[in-house]
Design a protein around this ligand. Sequence first.
Ligand SMILES: [Zn+2]
Length: 205
Amino acid sequence: MALVSMDANASDSFVDVRSVDPTIIVELRYAGRNNLLGQPLYPYGTRGLARREVVLGLAKAQAFLRRYQYCLKIWDAYRPVAVQAKLWEASHNSDYVADPETGAGSLHSWGIAVDATLVDAWNNPVGMPSDFDDFTPAAMWRYVGPSPEVRAHVRLLQNAMLRAGFWGSRTEWWHYTIAHWQKYVPAEKAKSAGKTLATHWEGLL
Ligand SMILES: [Zn+2]
């Protein structure tokens, strides 16, 4: 297991997702132009990093999904505070994007949240409720659209992630936080983050 030392909120070790399970697809959307800013926010070659517990959980979810001929694809994992600040500046929408200056900021910046979707076993896209960073009702956890296929896919992803020890987000079907996130965030910051993470389905991008 490769350890990478990061200058993050907490100076702890982060683990490369693919060093634990190379079958997980990592396609960081902020490393290219296909994101809400239309420009790369991460340097070329940025890897998907997260806390060890998070990465082990992802490997668990992947093992579950592979039984159904699906595969986990990671859109984002550890996100530096500087990148969070750019996203906040671009959107200023606190319904979806966490203000890096408020409370714990984004739980991505602590290495304890990931954005994930499904692909098939050959890395082909499958029908999901919306694209990444779609700040519309289509991004809600509870899919209410007409496609039984999309419903089955999003439920399979949710099921895999919940079994692997993650919580989902009410407003973003792709966003998952490790259930024991509080142990990674200093108590005084966790308190204010707790207000936005009051239920299993709450949480900001
Ligand atoms: Zn997220």
